[in-house]
Write a protein that binds this ligand. Structure first.
Ligand code: 13P
Length: 288
């Protein structure tokens, strides 16, 4: 199946009261593990690519070519969107050119007037090309690829202004942060989420920083209009723990245990297990 825009799968998720996971990819193993799990569980999926990860994989064109070829070679039939995560203005255009099917323009660090002007322009371009566009209001805290936010909550009126520009998906800060949550994290601000939902109506909302949010909070967020949940760090931690275990148990020293196909196998399986666990919580299994 060809890459699809995230618009339709997220509208379906919003109506069906479940969420589609965006899992960030870093390399071939990541991509393969996520695609295979989505197919096995008959779930739609969004592959997220940060600008840093895109650069690491030698560029967005390489990423598109790899993902498209993998979908074909693995006979993936579930809907897959290839999505730029926290894109800069320039990065958005690069991904549009490279053949991504969805982009996020993170204009949250611009003054609202500039965020609006740039988002408006990208709305037109994406509509013409059939891509879905995610916008962000109120920066998401934590650090990701050098992008540091303050964890503020989005202003519901600003959310409405951006939603009214015609974006397809809206990410709004509600106390969520990227990476591990500190022990004293007070939790998601459901009052803010409700206020945003009441202003933005039908717009599918995105919850960034999916790593480590307790299941009950995830479920409540979905019931209040979240249709897309981003997970990155959790797959990295699962990969790291499994790889560490393999090496600490000395398995790389036995026979051909040094072969990268063996060395990376436990980590790849750990990514699959994590993606499965998240898809179960998000309710996207069987929804392809
Ligand atoms: P985590 O790394 O906290 O899972 O966040 C991922 C994310 O929001 C990507 O945009």
């Amino acid at each position: 199946m060809a890459l699809v825009s995230a618009k339709q799968m997220l509208e379906k998720a919003r109506d069906g009261k479940y969420a589609v996971g965006q899992f960030n990819i870093n390399n071939l193993e990541w991509t393969k593990s996520i695609l295979q799990t989505a197919q096995e569980l008959n779930s739609p999926v969004i592959l997220g690519v940060s600008e840093g990860a895109g650069k690491y994989m030698t560029g967005f064109k390489t990423v598109t070519a790899m993902v498209k070829a993998m979908i074909e070679e693995l006979n993936i039939t579930v809907p897959v969107a290839l999505h730029l995560d926290h894109g800069s203005y320039e990065g958005c255009y690069k991904c549009i050119e490279a053949g991504f099917s969805s982009i996020m323009f993170d204009g949250s660090h611009f003054p609202i007037a500039e965020n609006i002007a740039k988002t408006k322009e990208l709305v037109e371009v994406c509509k013409k090309k059939g891509l879905s566009l995610e916008a962000e209001v109120g920066s998401i805290g934590g650090e990701e690829d050098g992008v540091v936010g303050l964890g503020e909550c989005a202003d519901p009126d600003e959310c409405k202004k951006i939603a009214d520009l015609g974006v397809d998906i809206l990410a709004a800060g509600i106390g969520n942060i990227h990476g591990k949550y500190p022990a004293n994290w007070p939790g998601l601000r459901f009052d803010v989420l409700e206020a945003i939902k009441s202003k933005t109506g039908d717009m599918p909302l995105v919850l960034h920083g999916g790593t480590g949010i307790p299941t009950e909070m995830i479920k409540k967020a979905i019931s209040l209009g979240v249709a897309k949940i981003n997970v990155n760090t959790e797959c990295q931690l699962a990969f790291q723990a499994a790889t560490r275990k393999y090496v600490e148990e000395g398995k790389d020293l036995v026979g051909k245990g040094f072969d990268p196909r063996k060395l990376l196998a436990p980590g790849a399986q750990a990514i699959k297990d994590t993606v499965k666990e998240k898809m179960e919580i998000f309710g996207s299994i069987g929804k392809a």
